[in-house]
Design a protein around this ligand. Structure first.
Ligand code: NAD
Ligand code: UD1
Length: 334
């Protein structure tokens, strides 16, 4: 019995593959490498001393994907494969819907055809839009405000419809907050193809000297210091949340859970912690707000703790330290 990990050579996927193997699961990876390199999996193999079956394919290519289901005994699917840039999704919405929704449908059809037991989907805190209060509970109204967010919400809805029609496959919708950090070895980490959009990889590229300075998008929010507040979660904690979700689905039909730490940190908090843990200065300037940003976003952790007996254990300084080790050891990524 194997776990099929789509998008397994990407940032969250590669860290989750390590944890799955460490927990004794057998893993098969598919990825079209549009936003990752095969080197990440080679390093995962080195770290876990194992051989990972890998297939370079597009999850929208159902014919190719079907062969993987025929060849392997797929018990569960963890579906990471997808596109994740909000700004790109606004520029090219049909492409985003094609990959994120079309790709997910392809996999779901095969999951049904081959009677797989569980399906875990990478959703996002973005499905809550601009929440009226924090911390965010899973029961809050859903309101995606851009094509990326809507693609996540569409897949969530389709999966729940599938559950109603096919009670055999159990489903987890995991809404990630802000994954950061890297494996403690410094061998794998986040590897943005172009200039990063997200804060932590941007900061680490400033620290290594690839970028001049950070632009802080707004210091006039209604937060402690005026900058945006987010719930940063170490990618290894996040990966372990997937193991807990797999276990939960052994005895339950549906899980909808936020995965975050429950603590909000501002942009300035993150800069200060990064500087203190790495002894690198992060020059910055304050610029206008970024369109679509919310002031504050962090989760209520009680549901995930109650249902999964899971909570994030790593703190912000460890997230910065591990990010920096990865960046320093791999200044040009993989
Ligand atoms: P990533 O880009 O590093 O990983 C995604 C992987 O999917 C990449 O390896 C890419 O090559 C692959 N992929 C993309 N389209 C594909 C296709 N059509 N066929 C096969 N493979 C394809 O991104 P990540 O940060 O690891 O994110 C993983 C998932 O988690 C995504 O679905 C993303 O939307 C979701 N998510 C990420 C974040 C975040 O901040 N990183 C937050 C919330 C949700
Ligand atoms: C962004 C996406 C979100 C997606 C998530 C993970 C937007 C509006 N939101 O979330 O949908 O799920 O990434 O991919 O794009 N910041 C700066 N300067 C920078 C970068 C960021 O000041 O160069 C600030 C932002 O304004 C925000 C915080 O840092 O306050 C975190 O930003 P980011 O890492 O991009 O994450 P989100 O905005 O939470």
């Amino acid at each position: 019995m194997e776990i099929l990990v789509t998008g397994g050579s990407g940032y969250i996927g590669s860290h989750t593959v390590i944890e799955l193997i460490n927990f004794g699961y057998k893993v098969v990876v598919v990825d079209n490498l549009c936003n990752s390199k095969i080197e990440s999996l080679k390093r995962v193999e080195k770290l876990t001393n194992s051989k990972i079956p890998f297939y370079k394919l597009d999850v929208r290519d159902k014919k190719a994907l079907k062969k993987i289901f025929e060849k392997h005994d797929i018990y569960a699917v963890i579906h990471f494969a997808g596109l994740k840039s909000v700004s790109d999704s606004i520029i090219n919405p049909t492409y985003y819907y094609d990959v994120n929704v079309g790709g997910a449908i392809c996999i779901m059809q095969l999951v049904q055809e081959f009677a797989c037991k569980s399906f875990i989907f990478s959703s996002s805190a973005t499905v809550y839009g601009n929440p009226s209060k924090v911390p965010i509970k899973e029961t809050f109204p859903l309101c995606a405000v851009n094509p990326y967010g809507r693609s996540k919400l569409m897949v969530e809805n389709i999966l729940q419809d599938m559950l109603l029609a096919n009670t055999d496959c159990k489903i987890a919708l995991l809404r990630y907050f802000n994954p950061v950090g890297a494996h403690v070895s410094g061998l794998i980490g986040e590897n943005p193809k172009n200039t990063p959009n997200n804060l932590m990889p941007y900061i680490s590229q400033v620290a290594i000297g690839k970028l001049d300075k950070l632009k802080i998008f707004g210091a006039d929010y209604n937060t402690s210091d005026g900058t945006g507040v987010r719930d940063y979660i170490h990618v290894i904690d996040l990966a372990r949340g997937h193991i807990k979700a797999l276990e939960y689905l052994e005895n339950n039909q549906l899980l909808i859970a936020n995965l975050g730490t429950g603590k909000g940190y501002s942009v300035l908090d993150l800069i200060k912690t990064f500087e203190a843990t790495t002894k690198k200065k992060i020059p910055y300037e304050i610029v206008a707000r970024r369109k679509g940003d919310v002031a504050t976003c962090y989760t209520d952790t009680s549901y995930a703790f109650k249902k999964l007996n899971w909570q994030a254990k790593y703190k912000l300084d460890k997230m910065c330290k591990d990010t920096w080790r990865w960046q320093k050891n791999n200044p040009n990524g993989y």
